[in-house]
Design a protein around this ligand. Structure first.
Ligand SMILES: [Zn+2]
Length: 558
């Protein structure tokens, strides 16, 4: 048997273990597809929907923001010396990521790395003063671990996100500062972990705020490394929620409302998500007398089946063996004690998300116009996303489960859907070989950044399962914190809840020079490592899937 190493995901899988994993994963995915109701697997195979992480179907959930304060095993550390405590706590963080990262299918996040770990160390009677050098060394080591350790599924790094920015104690501020400084200094080829800076008035948003300096530091780091991204706690969708309870997973998953009362992200995550191919439905509807009504009806039919699959997967996960979750049992990182209440009472707090991709292509098919160029088409775009959200809300009521609407990032599927649609239809929207992720305006729109944010902002309040708006810059805005800060303000007032800045980052393999080039301006080498963000996390472009590669090449600055 020939071992295949087709890069289905964005991450690297080149090693003996990685290849064997890949073969097993493919078989498992096929086995799952064959075991499903044949109408469900047909929808997936035909490209109406994409069931994400099929190999994990019924075996585990997707992602989790750790309830670290509740879970922290103080007794393990209390008798150690100060130096041992510091080193051991950082080792413990790595241990958690490594174990949990192989127990669930998606990302892991800390909602308040700065303030939570300040509290943990204070409880352990460790002060940051006098121990700055050791803390810096440990944080530097943690960053390198997140970037370099590829033990997840044999040969990928872990999807880890640190949310920071709100901690105002000296200790918390020190941890934020150290994380940002060390990440900034770590070099151009270090692009993990994902760091999310939480922006909130009264804490860091304005010059009079105590952590305003940290926001500036974060922006300077973004200007060099595209990380952090920004969780805008004062935006319309999030302004009434305790910002400490907000947390983002690098992939953009947002978990807030809980029909079982544990509102906020901490100790909760996404259980499963399925994305719907909007352009396919639009292509089908475009031949009818009333394409928009037809589109809505067909979407409802498909979403109804999608809901059934999400519930089936959720129920199968609930009835799986609790022994599949040894780290969850050991450390209780969910908002409930899984040992005491069991899988059902724990995982019911997670979200079931219906996602979508290709809104701009769907609108172009239905109206002949880009929604970001034409007012009527824009109104229709908003109307359709609102329509999807209203349906998802009815599911919450009817099934008493945390259904949410996800503006999907398009990992893997942006190319897969187009490939399948091309076999059935011919339309100009298919010629570029990818669909635009979620509700984003086309990546080659060349709209000014402020305009892109104004247009995308109003969608954020509907996509309660997660979404992001990106500003595409032509090159790294080195040193221009002010320029980025202005865009943060425009984003907040436009309704954007989560914001990222992208720019092409090329690093010369010969001499390490970074910038935007095909030939190194310093040593002339054409051996270039290209780092890009397409699905939330930064990756080296060699590992992109075909659709993602084409999208990335088409990007034009805002
Ligand atoms: Zn060079």
């Amino acid at each position: 048997m020939k071992l295949q190493n087709k890069n289905d995901n964005a991450a690297n899988r080149k090693s003996y273990v990685g290849k064997v994993y890949n073969v097993g994963e493919k078989q498992e995915k096929n086995k799952v597809l064959e075991s499903l109701n044949c109408n469900w697997s047909k929808l997936h195979k035909d490209g109406y929907i994409h069931i994400h992480d099929l190999d994990a179907y019924g075996l585990t959930y997707n992602c989790l923001t750790f309830d670290i304060l509740n879970a922290f095993p103080y007794e393990r550390f209390i008798d150690l010396s100060t130096e041992e405590k510091i080193v051991s706590v950082f080792d413990f963080i790595k241990e958690l990521f490594a174990k949990m990262g192989n127990e669930q299918s998606g990302g892991m996040s800390l909602a308040n790395f700065d303030s939570d770990f300040a509290k943990i160390f204070e409880k352990l009677k460790v002060d940051c003063r006098g121990n700055e050098a050791l803390f810096n060394a440990c944080i530097r080591s943690l960053i390198l671990w997140c970037n370099n350790i590829h033990t997840r599924m044999g040969q990928t790094s872990y999807y880890v996100t640190f949310n920071i920015g709100l901690g105002t104690s000296d200790f918390a501020r020190f941890l934020s500062k150290s994380l940002l400084d060390n990440f900034y200094k770590s070099g151009d080829l270090i692009y993990k972990p994902n760091i999310v800076f939480k922006v909130h008035k009264g804490i860091n948003r304005f010059p009079e705020d105590v952590n305003f300096d940290l926001l500036q530091k974060a922006l300077l780091c973004t200007a060099k490394k595209m990380i952090p991204t920004y969780l805008l706690c004062d935006c319309e969708a999030d302004k009434d929620i305790d910002p400490f309870k907000l947390s983002i997973m690098g992939c953009r998953t947002r978990v807030v409302d809980d029909i079982f009362g544990k509102n906020g992200a901490i100790g909760r995550g996404n259980i499963d998500n399925i994305s719907i191919n909007l352009p396919r439905i639009a292509l089908e509807a475009s031949n009818s007398n009333n394409p928009i009504e037809m589109f809505k009806n067909r979407w409802l039919e498909i979403a109804d089946t999608t809901k059934d699959i999400l519930i089936d997967r959720y129920e199968k996960t609930l009835s799986s063996d609790i022994e599949l979750f040894p780290t969850n049992c050991e450390y209780k990182l969910w908002c409930e004690d899984i040992n005491k209440v069991g899988l059902y009472e724990t995982l019911k707090h997670g979200t079931l998300s219906i996602g979508f991709i290709g809104l701009t292509e769907a609108i172009e098919i239905l109206t002949g116009n880009k929604f970001w160029k034409d007012n009527e088409s824009y109104k229709l775009a908003i109307e359709l996303v609102k329509f999807m959200r209203e349906y998802v809300d009815t599911l919450r009521e009817k099934y008493k489960l945390n259904f949410s609407l996800l503006a999907t990032s398009g990992e893997l599927i942006s190319g897969r859907f187009v490939e399948l649609d091309k076999k059935l239809y011919d339309s100009p929207v298919l010629h570029k070989d990818y669909y635009t992720n979620s509700f984003h305006v086309d990546v080659d729109s060349k709209l000014p950044a402020y305009r892109k944010l104004e247009l995308e902002g109003p969608f954020h309040i509907y996509a309660n399962g997660g979404c992001i708006s990106y500003v595409e810059l032509a090159e790294a805005p080195f040193g221009n914190a002010e320029g980025l800060d202005e865009l943060v303000e425009i984003a907040i007032s436009s309704g954007v809840h989560y914001l990222g800045f992208n720019f092409p980052k090329d690093v010369c393999k010969g001499c390490g020079t970074s910038g935007t080039f095909d030939k190194c301006p310093k040593c002339g080498s054409k051996e270039i490592t290209r780092i890009r963000r397409v699905s939330g996390y930064l990756e080296v472009q060699d590992f992109f899937t075909t659709g993602k590669m084409k999208e990335s090449k088409n990007r034009k600055a805002n």
